[in-house]
Design a protein around this ligand. Structure first.
Ligand SMILES: Nc1nc2c(ncn2[C@@H]2O[C@H](COP(=O)(O)OP(=O)(O)OP(=O)(O)O)[C@@H](O)[C@H]2O)c(=O)[nH]1
Ligand SMILES: [Mg+2]
Length: 415
């Protein structure tokens, strides 16, 4: 399944219907919010007038209102009915969604993803389409495609696989540019889907009523803590009880940073403020608290570490051991956070962490502003790790579960 590059009337009608629905929904929501605010405001006035002694409670209440307003303001606004909307709508329609099934959040995310992949796409697709031209694909164009794939950090193994498949196909039949692009999309999806299929889990989610422990690991500054904050928010909004373990005890500011994310997401944080406290002991305490409270998802933040530093990699093994010992029946995910702007370097990180940290998946961050989004394919094919989430911005809602179809369509969107 791949998108047709030509808009047909059916697609446009689909997008128009979806747009009209979302517009209506947004207006209704705004109206409802306005009424709620007016009711709250009048209640507040009444309380202040009648019972001055309750001031403290009123203050607490009003901060809650402010929080909820902030959340509402964080929600995406419906933009114009433009190319970005129609493209996002097409991607959703191609996955079998009906106009009434889509949300503003989905449209907003797809636009962000496409925008985020713009730099990667510019050095890749624009040139690719020029190379393919309107004529059938030639062996020379294939050579040039090879260079483009390597330049986008797709990696040697994945590039070979794609080029060989195209070459075989080209020996069998003439491929016009449209068919070639479709075939390329299929090959890219195949590479990225393989580890996901092999893991037996298409979409990674915590399970209800059991303990799930998700450990976030990776080198310095890749976005582990930010990802953890976004995941806490996502988990809470999806109805899971959640707790955060601040097991980055290396940097003094790290605990504070995690606490802020916990506050923003409304999730409690277990921390030990003693400088250089043992991260394994924080995890020990956090698992105890999670069990006592019947928490479903425990998110563990860890300190950034270079994959070459043996003692730090050993520390990670110790954390993992504690988890396995204390929560032997928990669903444990060890997620490597990779910064897309680091390109091929991410692959060596994945290979090294896979050995020490028993990795089960990858989160790719900072896709916005990276020209090296192709690293997703290198990691899938060489490290054989499923990509689970993707981050394309610093905001709390700028992280979504990975969807290979959407990723490939956004990467190869030709306008
Ligand atoms: N543009 C963009 N910035 C991001 C994204 N994810 C994280 N960042 C930024 O990257 C910087 C580092 O993020 P952190 O979450 O602190 O990274 P970390 O891996 O926890 O860092 P250490 O704990 O020091 O190893 C911050 O400025 C984040 O706002 C993303 O998807 N896009
Ligand atoms: Mg951190």
């Amino acid at each position: 399944m791949a998108l047709d590059s030509n808009d047909n009337q059916e697609n446009i009608d689909w997008a128009k219907e979806a747009y009209a629905r979302l517009k209506r929904q947004q207006e209704e929501k705004k109206e409802k919010l306005k009424i709620e605010q007016e009711v709250e405001a009048s209640k507040k006035e009444e309380v202040i007038d009648n019972t001055p002694l309750l001031t403290e409670e009123v203050i607490i209440d009003s901060s809650n209102i402010e929080n909820s307003l902030e959340n509402d303001l964080n929600e995406p606004e419906l933009g114009d009915f433009d190319e970005s909307f129609t493209w996002s709508a097409q991607v959703l329609a191609a996955q079998g969604k009906r106009p009434e099934e889509i949300s503003l959040d989905q449209i907003d995310w797809l636009s962000k993803l496409k925008e985020g992949l713009e730099k990667t796409r510019k050095g890749f697709v624009t040139e690719l389409l020029e190379k393919f031209g309107d004529d059938p694909l030639t062996p020379e164009a294939l050579d040039e495609l090879e260079v483009l794939l390597l330049r986008s950090d797709v990696g040697v193994a994945a590039t070979d696989q794609i080029i060989n498949a195209l070459r075989r196909r080209l020996n069998e039949e003439v491929l016009d540019s449209k068919a070639a692009l479709k075939f390329l999309k299929e090959q890219l999806s195949k590479i990225i889907d393989k580890p996901i299929k092999e893991s037996g889990i298409d979409l990674l989610m915590p399970q209800h009523n059991v303990l799930n422990v998700w450990l976030l690991v990776g080198v310095n500054g890749v976005g582990k803590t930010t990802t953890l904050g976004k995941l806490a928010n996502l988990a809470l909004r999806s109805g899971f009880t959640s707790l955060i373990a601040a097991a980055d005890t290396f940097r003094a500011a790290a605990v504070q940073q995690v606490k802020e994310w916990g506050f923003k997401s409304g999730v409690s944080v277990i921390a030990n403020e003693t400088p250089n406290a043992d991260p394994a002991s924080v995890v020990f305490d956090a698992i105890g608290a999670a069990k006592a409270k019947g928490i479903e998802l425990l998110l563990v933040d860890t300190a950034g570490r270079l994959q070459t530093k043996n003692n730090l990699m050993e520390e990670l093994k110790k954390v993992r051991k504690i988890i396995d010992k204390l929560a032997p029946t928990a669903n444990v995910e060890s997620l490597l956070v990779l910064d897309a702007t680091q390109g091929q370097n991410g692959l060596s990180q994945a290979l090294a962490f896979a050995q020490s940290a028993n990795l089960t998946g990858v989160v790719i961050t900072k896709l916005d502003g990276s020209a090296r989004g192709g690293v997703a394919f290198a990691v899938s094919s060489r490290a054989n790790l499923p990509i689970r989430f993707i981050g394309a911005g610093e905001g709390i809602s700028d992280l979504k579960p990975f969807n290979s179809f959407e990723f490939v369509e956004a990467l190869l969107a030709n306008r």
